[in-house]
Design a binder for this molecule. Structure first.
Ligand SMILES: NC(=O)c1ccc[n+]([C@@H]2O[C@H](COP(=O)([O-])OP(=O)(O)OC[C@H]3O[C@@H](n4cnc5c(N)ncnc54)[C@H](OP(=O)(O)O)[C@@H]3O)[C@@H](O)[C@H]2O)c1
Length: 327
């Protein structure tokens, strides 16, 4: 099969298209012919070793010290089940599915595998592979954080970084839960986040949300510039800070720093499951949520895709097409 492979850490040019053996599904696994996958900020972070301050050593231990532990990037994909391993029930060849491999990567390839009991779900016929593959990373992350924070109807929620893959999903899923949403973004993305349902937009170049009088029940931090010491000023007593991203100091601070007013700080959340993916696929097929797709690249254009993700300015998701198809 063809795959986007990298053997050393660095810029987009370390990635190239190579032929490699097709993976074999083990017992309990599905072999999936990948039609579309996302190129996410996680691919950027791992490939370039661009991780928040203080987290380089733990990241290296997990993902490779001298060379990459996983030669093929790509955390999520949508495609068609090609074969099933022994003992698989619930899926069969020909099923259209969406899946998340997460930190095991391996989706920027024509074939990948996933545990049938893991983060994989069938997708409705009316949902394209492209839209389906834009769901797991952003919506999975956003939903597990909103769940952990217990976001519910009537909450005032602020999403910092509302136009990224995670932020654009957090805005929509918080609205689905009946919250009132304030989105922090640049002026150029104000229209997008309003379309996604944001009730109010703050342009971060003009206003500091933490210096305003407004107070929120929940702050979803998706940028890395609003740790507890900043976000706490914008939270009501008993509020929740959802730290989707933080550097080591922010992570330790969130565990050690004394809280005021019973504010909860959450950085560890549950795993994304097949049930989550099934729910997102259903909501997307009905139009209740919209995966935001910024740019679409062919597998041969993988370096351009990485270079665009590296800008840190993508709107929602950057996608890769891997099969000849009408995705
Ligand atoms: N904890 C976890 O499990 C987990 C999972 C997934 C992701 N993450 C982390 O979550 C963060 C967000 O991920 P993502 O996929 O959403 O990233 P992304 O899609 O690359 O984010 C890009 C967006 O960030 C916005 N942005 C940049 N600077 C900003 C600022 N100062 N204020 C507000 N928005 C700003 C940009 O909008 P403008 O161009 O308008 O500035 C752009 O739309 C990343 O740091 C990622 O590593 C953590």
């Amino acid at each position: 099969m063809r795959a986007a492979v990298y053997h050393r850490f660095g810029g987009p040019d370390v990635v190239s298209i190579e032929r490699m053996p097709r993976p074999e599904p083990r017992a309990g696994e599905l072999l999936v012919r990948v039609h579309a996958a996302s190129v996410s900020i996680a691919d950027h972070r791992v490939r370039a070793r661009d991780v928040p301050r203080g987290l380089r050593v733990p990241t290296m231990l997990a993902l490779g010290i001298r060379r990459p532990k996983h030669a093929v990037l790509g955390m999520d994909a949508a495609g068609v089940v090609e074969r099933v391993g022994a003992d698989v029930t619930g899926f069969r060849p020909g099923d259209r599915v969406v899946l998340l491999r997460g930190a095991r990567f391996g989706c920027h390839a024509e074939y990948t595998t996933v545990s049938a009991s893991g983060a994989v779900a069938r997708i409705p016929d009316e949902l394209s592979f492209l839209d389906a593959a834009a769901l797991p990373f952003g919506f999975g992350t956003a939903e597990t954080f909103l769940e952990a924070g217990g976001v519910s109807a009537g909450n005032d929620v602020l999403v910092n970084g509302a136009s990224g893959a995670v932020g654009s999903a957090a805005v929509q899923l918080a609205k689905q839960r009946g919250a009132t949403v304030t989105a922090v973004t640049s002026a150029g993305n104000a229209g997008l986040v309003r379309e996604l349902g944001a009730d109010r937009v703050i342009d971060y170049a003009r206003e500091d949300f933490a210096a305003e009088a407004a107070r929120y029940d929940v702050v979803v931090e998706c940028v890395g510039n609003a740790p507890y010491r900043r976000s706490a000023r914008a939270l009501r007593a008993g509020g929740v800070l959802l730290l989707v991203i933080a550097d080591l100091a922010g992570m330790l601070g969130s565990k050690l720093r004394p809280v005021r007013g019973g504010i909860r700080r959450i950085q560890d959340v549950g795993a994304v499951t097949g049930a989550h993916l099934e729910q997102f696929a259903r909501l997307a097929a009905s139009g209740a949520i919209r995966p935001v797709i910024d740019r679409v690249y062919q597998l041969d254009q993988i370096r351009e895709a990485h270079a665009y993700v590296d800008t840190g300015r993508k709107r929602g998701n950057v996608m890769l097409l891997l099969a000849d198809q009408t995705a």
